[in-house]
Every structure is written in C-alpha cells, then in structure tokens.
Design a protein around this ligand. Structure first.
Ligand code: CA
Length: 221
C-alpha cells in the first residue's frame, strides 16, 4: 500500500508519515501543490492525504485536476473554520475529509476504511451477530431468515459493515452509496437507515445500526 501525504507543515507530515510507516504503509511526503499533482498523476498511489492550504496550488485545485484523469482515493485535510473547503472537496470527488487538528487514530481508521472500500468486492461475506451479508450474491440473512432489501438499502448496509467501528457521517454515506453526483438532501440517508431498521431491528429486537448523535451512524462489533 502506497500513500501520498501532501502537507506543507513539516511537523504534521512527518508525524503522519511515521505513523503510517509504523502501520506498514509505504509513504511519500510532498509539500507543494504542483509537485503533489505531478506525483499523483504520474504514480499509482492507493490513497492520498491532501491538505487544502498549500503553496503554488491549493488542495482543492489539486483534487479538481487529479479527478480529470484519476480516481485515486483522497482524504482532504481542512481547517476547522473552512467548511467551504470540505464541501468543495467532496463535490470534486474527495472520498473523505478530516478537520484539523485531528487524532491520528481517526485518520488511520479513515485510511483503512477508504483503502478497504477499494477492495470491497474481494470481501465476500460480512457478518454482524446473526446478520450475514453475502456481497457477491446480494443475499442477506438473519439467522435462517432471508431479508429482502432494495439495492440502496443493501449498499448502505454493506458500506456500514465494511467500515465497521468507524462512524459514517450522512455526507460520507451519501457519497459512497448514492455517488458524488447525487444532488439532494442528506436526509435520504436517515430515511434509508429507518428502512433498514424496520426490516432488521424492529423484526428481530436487535440494534444493529447505532446512531451517533451529531456525527452519523456506526455498526460496532
Ligand atoms: Ca497547509
């Protein structure tokens, strides 16, 4: 796994690099926007951690140009007061975002989740207690019952199971399940969570999907 770290604050990039290498990733650090774009276009990275405020070309612009040629997963780093960067980043096809300052554990979890997402198709059966989801055959069972889910319900459940123990925000679920080109309200995620709960939790008296107030949803072990 190769990860490109684009960050001009050396203390941050060095720290992230050490942590990622400790986790077994290969890394490269770049501190300049133009250089980052060159590096990302001309090499095959499994994921890019991309800061927004960069010299020569900002991260949003790097992402915009990169997306014209490549779909490498990108996690953008934005400052707390730059909500527009987050929105622009997601609109332009960022896979995820982190607000600075961030806990390194959370960045590592999001990197794992986004790299895993790429490999999802090779992962065949996802389980949570008595719930079993066969990703390839699209068969969902609870104990011996077969659960009938629509395509979106299925995709949402798979997304939550694949990212087990990671809190998924409405925006992230929307991007992953409905796609970046979906134009509408994130309430649609709540609606589909309700559908899933009515088919699973309400029927079997369990609580598979947890709500994390103000953050989103999670399936925990
Ligand atoms: Ca910066």
């Amino acid at each position: 796994m190769k990860i490109l770290i684009v960050e001009d604050e050396t203390s941050i990039s060095r720290f992230v690099q050490l942590e990622l290498e400790h986790e077994g990733y290969e890394t490269k650090c770049v501190a300049d926007g133009r250089e980052a774009l060159d590096e990302a276009v001309n090499n095959d990275y499994d994921l890019i951690v991309l800061d927004v405020m960069l010299p020569s070309l900002n991260g949003i612009e790097v992402l915009r140009r990169l997306r014209q040629v490549k779909q490498t997963p990108v996690i953008i780093l934005t400052a707390r007061d730059q909500i527009m960067d987050k929105v622009a980043g997601l609109d332009l096809g960022a896979n995820d975002y982190m607000t600075k300052p961030f806990a390194i554990e959370e960045l590592l979890a999001r990197i794992r989740a986004n790299v895993k997402k790429e490999m999802r198709s090779s992962q065949c059966v996802l389980t949570c207690g008595k719930l079993k989801v066969d990703v390839e055959s699209h068969i969902v069972t609870f104990g011996s019952d077969v659960i009938d889910l629509t395509k979106k319900e299925f995709d949402l459940l798979v997304h939550l199971l694949t990212n087990r123990n990671v809190v998924i925000s409405r925006e992230q679920a929307l991007d992953a399940v409905w796609g970046f080109d979906f134009y509408g309200n994130t309430n649609v995620v709540d609606v589909y969570i309700r559908y899933l709960r009515s088919k699973l939790d309400d029927v079997y008296g369990v609580q598979i999907i947890q709500t994390v107030r103000g953050s989103g949803y999670v399936i925990r072990d």
